[in-house]
Write a protein that binds this ligand. Structure first.
Ligand SMILES: [Zn+2]
Length: 315
């Protein structure tokens, strides 16, 4: 059933509506659990659109397997999605910085408060992100260290190669995940791909992971796949590679591949001089789980993140 969670009157006779689709068994089951799938908090991240479609499609196709409530929210920032904007137009405010919001404040804070009301009390909430326009990401669950203990059992079921315990912006104070976790509603953030596009392979991996969490909760009666154990990485396991000059970044390795210490992973080009301004060298062995997508770089721009692996001698 499609319901409107939040309605906000806008100038020029427009209305912003945040909607959810609730799927639940025809007859209420005993100890029925609830999972919430939310996405589109950043309007330029579109992988979650396909994930919502596919989750609803699969549940409808095998409805008899549903033993709990699945609430799907495809567009937490509908104005941003319509306007191809990451933030909420027209104020350009990042919705994922204003949680838990307030019922008396401006539009975004009010929307945040309404969403909190609706999501609180779910057994698990999964907040689906698709990086940004600058960086391409391997599917990964991100969790704040404060929540690691209680979230890890669910994070490990998400069918991602990586679970990263790191205070990134999607899980820190002001984010939906942080606010919900602090209210006792377990919330996982999943990142993958790159903004403004849909990587179906990555999305399909995450969809299997969501069904796996649903199965674990008793909401879905079928375990769909063999899952691999993810690498659980802490801050010290990840090495950041930054640019040391301005220019155009061209990678020379594949995203998500293995790299060796000393290997060239890309070049920053000085286009007016026709020269290479920086050879970007891998500082360690590992898996290149983040790779810069947007070519223009400045001094300090993030070019890659490497998940460190043991260095192999004699190779
Ligand atoms: Zn995001």
């Amino acid at each position: 059933m499609i319901e409107t969670v939040c309605t906000i009157e806008l100038p020029v006779d427009e209305v912003m509506r945040i909607k959810r689709n609730r799927l639940e068994p025809d007859e209420k089951k005993e100890n029925q659990k609830r999972i919430c799938i939310v996405t589109g908090i950043h309007g330029d991240e579109l992988g979650g659109q396909y994930i919502c479609y596919e989750i609803i499609r699969r549940i409808k196709a095998e409805f008899h397997l549903l033993n709990g409530i699945v609430d799907v929210y495809p567009g937490l920032n509908p104005l941003g999605i319509d306007a191809v904007k990451r933030e909420v137009p027209p104020f350009e405010l990042d919705l994922n910085t204003v949680f838990p919001g307030s019922n008396e404040d401006a539009m975004t804070e009010y929307a945040a408060a309404k969403l909190m009301e609706d999501l609180e009390g779910a057994d698990v909430c999964i907040d689906v992100h698709s990086s940004n326009i600058f960086l391409r990401e391997l599917p990964q669950v991100r969790i704040h260290s404060e929540e690691a203990e209680q979230l890890l059992p669910f994070a490990k079921k998400m069918n991602t190669p990586l679970v990263w315990i790191h205070p990134s912006s999607t899980v820190k104070k002001g984010s939906l995940a942080y606010a919900l976790n602090h209210k006792g509603t377990k919330t996982l953030v999943v990142e993958s791909g790159v903004a403004l596009s849909i990587n179906q392979q990555f999305c399909n991996q995450i969809i299997e992971g969501i069904f796996s969490v649903m199965h674990h909760l008793g909401i879905w009666a079928k375990e769909s796949i063999e899952r691999k154990e993810p690498v659980v990485a802490k801050e010290e396991d990840v090495v950041f590679v930054n640019g040391d000059c301005c220019g155009i970044f061209l990678p020379c390795v594949e995203h998500a591949g293995k790299v060796k210490k000393g290997q060239c992973i890309g070049r920053v080009l000085d286009t007016i001089m026709g020269a290479v301004a920086q050879e970007v060298i891998a500082p360690c062995d590992g898996i290149l789980f983040t790779l810069r997508e947007y070519p223009v770089v400045n001094e300090g721009s993030l070019l890659a993140r490497i998940l460190k692996t043991e260095e192999q001698e004699n190779e």
